[in-house]
Ligand binder design. Sequence first.
Ligand SMILES: [Zn+2]
Length: 321
Amino acid sequence: MKRKLLFIILLMVLITAVAAVFIAITKDSASDKEGAEEAKLKLVSTFYPVYLIGLNLFDNINEVEVKSLTDLDTGCLHDYQLTSQDMKNISEADILVINGGGMEAFLQDIKANYPDLTIIDASKDIELYQDNSHVWLDPDLYIRQIENVRDAIISYLDLNSSKATGSKKLDASKIKERLTENADAYIRRIEEIDLRLDEIKEKYLAAGKNSAKAVIFHDAFAYIAKRIGMPVAYSIPLDHDTSLSAEEIAAIIDDVNNDEISYLFTEEQYSDSVAKRIEAETSAKAYIIDSAVTGNGSKESYIEAMEKNIKVLESALFNQG
Ligand SMILES: [Zn+2]
């Protein structure tokens, strides 16, 4: 009897000990995970094109978390109003990457609310074409944006390696090394896109097509047009909030006929109904390009959009494809 009781007591002690060890282990790994999240450097980009820069620069760098401030289907931020969720995302950010050039009309609000936040302007020292902030659509300028972000993050890491990253326990030199490698690899791929636009430009000029004018429906395409030497007769900015009256459309149709416009370049992210109406009543043809302002969140999005655009241009200009 005594022996049986002793056995039961021993068994209970053993069960309690095993349970205690189990709880300690799970608790520990949970707090480790939380700690790891907490220790990450948080990089927030305002919208899709600059979010893609972050994704590519920090590919496979687990110490840095890359987020988009706005939803991936937001598109350009021309009239964007910050939401309370956006402000929360900014409050948690270590670095905010903006496109710059006036794209973020809400920038002053952010600066007023978060005076100590590190803000990286991807368009720093880039001369805007026609006061137009869609610089990423010229691959050459997109490369400069990538370099601007890379250099600014390296400066940030140098400055903060003892301060912010001290508490965050980041290995700054390791991150810098991988960041530089990632930037080089991404830039090489963008250079290939740039070369293909060069080829289109050469072929376009050689074919004497450079007198054929285009009408565009969002200023973004102006950078591609400039890149290949295509004259833009005018831009009819159509965003979500702009709609044209029947009279306005009729006037555009007259202009397109009188000015012998060949191409209408509209964009995937916006309705092409106006372009289709103009196409129906003129000899101009409508084409849809992708300005890479929305996407599925893949880091390949910019390259995929530009490859698509190259095909559209080849089909429009040389009847290929
Ligand atoms: Zn835009």
